[in-house]
Ligand binder design. Structure first.
Ligand code: MG
Length: 368
């Protein structure tokens, strides 16, 4: 039986996050989910042991109900030993949870090398010259010929590796060095520069999503003109079921669209009396709630208002400040521009006001 041990008990302090870096987002999943998915979808493993810290145990049990969850130790060496003791596999591949870009090809090559040579250690040829240095002084240059950078997975016969761990004292950087300390010769297997370990903050990409929205409303006498939640003195106002705040409606559609949701007509239908005369700022707050449920928050927004009259320049700062407050982002992240249409079209004829909005949403790591 072939099994895997995925080491996920480290604190990842070098990445500088408040929580385990393996729980940080990577595209639409966390780093650890991505790593585990490659193992499960490969179909190569009958058993996967996940070694975790006491702190993350509950959340990881929920996230991975099909895996065997084992508490780690005070060091990587201790943690892997715990994983080996919990495993019942004949061949076991040990892998860093922080290497989400491992591929099935790498896993297969590792297993083949274990079967052929008794071990398989994923590695890449060094492309830079490797040296040892102490106190800023180079004490030994290894060069790059026949020099390899070791990665994971590292595969072994479990009994043999466990024996090496039982005889080992102190801490080791990886499994191959424990194996070598027991007098064995680890064998290389295929690694890849893409199979890198996510270590520093820069290694983590934060997922962003963009969205666009558009809205227009007719200008009528006897209505208030409300744009971005600000009442603007004018002889006409926008007609609509709600307060007809066109730039806010465009903004809400942009937010919903970026979050992968339906449009405002779906959530706030004009057939619903609840929204008759509704304050669009309140609708915006509700929209933000929907976006937040999807795990996103606005990073910045950009709005264009098309109006032949009135002149909007005197109100732009107030509009920006109002939106910054509602969206909980800095004023500098709220862009509002106003333009006429040179008297062309329905805007130019002062029959209506139109608005475009674009937003950038950022994955909110707190929601993961
Ligand atoms: Mg509208």
């Amino acid at each position: 039986m072939i099994g895997a041990i995925i080491a996920a008990a480290g604190k990842g302090t070098r990445a500088g996050f408040e929580k385990n870096k393996l729980l940080m987002p990577l595209s639409d999943k966390t780093v650890l989910e991505q790593t585990v998915q490659t193992f499960t979808e490969s179909g190569l493993f009958e058993e996967i042991v996940l070694v975790v810290s006491a702190e993350d145990e509950e959340i990881l049990k929920k996230l991975f109900p099909a895996l065997k969850i084992v508490r780690g130790g005070s060091s990587r060496t201790q943690s892997v030993r715990n994983g080996l003791l919990a495993s019942s596999a004949e061949i076991v591949l040990v892998h860093d949870g922080a290497r989400p870009y491992v591929t099935k090809e790498i896993l297969l090559d590792c297993i083949e090398n274990v079967k052929k040579y008794g071990s398989g250690v994923a590695a890449c040829r060094a492309t830079d010259t490797v040296a040892r240095a102490e106190n800023g002084n180079i004490t030994q240059v290894y060069g790059k010929e026949n020099v390899y950078m070791l990665q994971t997975p590292q595969g072994f016969y479990r009994e043999e590796l466990l024996q090496a761990y039982e005889n080992a004292s102190g801490e080791y950087p990886d499994e191959s060095s424990v194996f070598a300390a027991a007098g064995k010769t680890p064998h290389l297997s295929k690694g890849s520069p893409q199979n890198r370990k996510l270590t520093f903050k820069e290694d983590f990409s934060v997922p962003f999503r963009t969205g666009n929205g558009y809205d227009t409303h007719r200008l009528e006498t006897g209505r208030d003109l409300v744009l971005c939640g600000i009442k603007i003195p004018f002889e006409k106002g926008l007609l609509g079921h709600s307060d007809a705040d066109a730039p806010l409606h465009a903004l809400m559609d942009a937010l919903l669209s970026a979050a992968g949701l339906r449009d405002i007509g779906f959530y706030f239908p004009d057939t619903d009396q609840t929204y008759k005369g509704a304050n669009s700022v309140e609708l915006l707050r509700k929209t933000l709630g929907f976006v937040k449920e999807q795990g996103y928050k606005p990073e910045n927004v950009s709005i264009t208002v098309l109006a032949q009259r009135p002149k909007l320049a005197p109100y732009i700062d107030e509009m920006r400040q109002n939106l910054a407050n509602v969206l909980s982002i800095p004023v500098s992240s709220v862009g509002i521009s106003a333009t006429t249409t040179e008297k062309l079209g329905f805007v130019g004829r002062e029959e209506g006001i139109a608005s475009y909005a674009s937003v950038l949403l950022k994955k909110d790591s707190k929601t993961l």
